[in-house]
Design a protein around this ligand. Structure first.
Ligand code: SAH
Length: 254
């Protein structure tokens, strides 16, 4: 069934007016007519079955019929991602939405060289991915900020899985000493659930001073994703997958 994110209050009998492009999609692309039913959600009131009540030149109107699923919240997982090339960033936002990230925080780092960002386009990609994947909420895409500033204001109760490609010396990552990166699965096992974030660097990787700072910060778990250097999109997918499998909602204890 068609599923749309419509940020309006949903309750029994509520009238819901989709945005013009959603209305066009419904009536012109998907050829829905009065009486047809779709699913709608707004991130707060769960998911509802809604009937197309009226179609006009100017748009359409739906009536919420009954709740199909109550609102539920997924894990409290942020993806902190350095700006990378546009196409790659769009893939990352889509995949992070599918993989259950709650927020996507864009950051600039010492070696960030991409300065494009169309946050509203990225947010629209998150909405579409949430519609498709059956989520009851849409991850928030936050405007880019400096990594240093983000770390300065980092809340004490949120842990950070720092994906550390270990710079020029990959062998350095496998030391296992305190502060050094450990294989991700080993590093996550036994850690507490709760608020977490995954940090992925830019195509140029992290600068040595960023790496030093991150390794020294309380609450940071430096991890490696194996001996090969992954592209940022692959690294984000791999890291979110591992986190979900150990500490997130892919596990029985979630
Ligand atoms: N240019 C860098 C690679 C950057 S890859 C270099 O050659 O070293 C982009 C980001 O993906 C990295 O900053 C890191 O966060 C993540 N990443 C890629 N491969 C990784 C690995 N094997 N382990 C941990 N993180 C990795």
């Amino acid at each position: 069934m068609i599923r749309l994110h419509i940020p309006q209050p949903l309750s029994q009998g509520a009238a819901v007016a989709p945005e013009p492009d959603q209305a066009r999609y419904l009536t012109q692309v998907m050829r829905q007519t009065v009486g047809d039913e779709i699913l709608v959600f707004n991130g707060a009131d769960g998911e509802w079955r809604a009937r197309l009540a009226e179609v006009s030149k100017r748009g359409c109107r739906l009536t919420a019929q009954e709740q199909t699923r109550p609102q539920a919240v997924g894990p409290d997982l942020d993806l902190v991602i350095a700006l990378v090339k546009r196409a790659r960033l769009e893939t990352i936002v889509e995949k992070a939405t599918e993989l259950g990230a709650r927020r996507i925080r864009l950051v600039t780092t010492r070696r960030t060289n991409a300065d494009h960002t169309n946050v509203s386009r990225l947010q629209a990609i998150a909405v579409e991915a949430a519609e498709q994947t059956g989520r009851l909420d849409v991850p928030q895409v936050l405007v880019p900020e400096k990594l240093e500033r983000l770390l300065d204001a980092w809340p004490g109760d949120r842990r950070l899985m720092f994906c550390d490609e270990a710079g020029d010396d990959p062998s350095e990552a496998w030391g296992g000493e305190h502060g050094r990166a450990r294989p991700a699965l080993d590093a996550l096992q036994g850690q507490a659930r709760g608020a977490w974030a995954v940090l992925i660097g830019p195509e140029g990787g992290f600068a040595p001073e960023e790496r030093e700072r991150l390794r020294g910060d309380a609450g940071v778990t430096p991890v490696t994703l194996g001996p090969r250097i992954l592209r940022a999109d692959t690294a984000a997918i791999a890291a979110l997958t591992l986190w979900q499998a150990v500490l997130g909602d892919w596990t029985a204890g979630a």
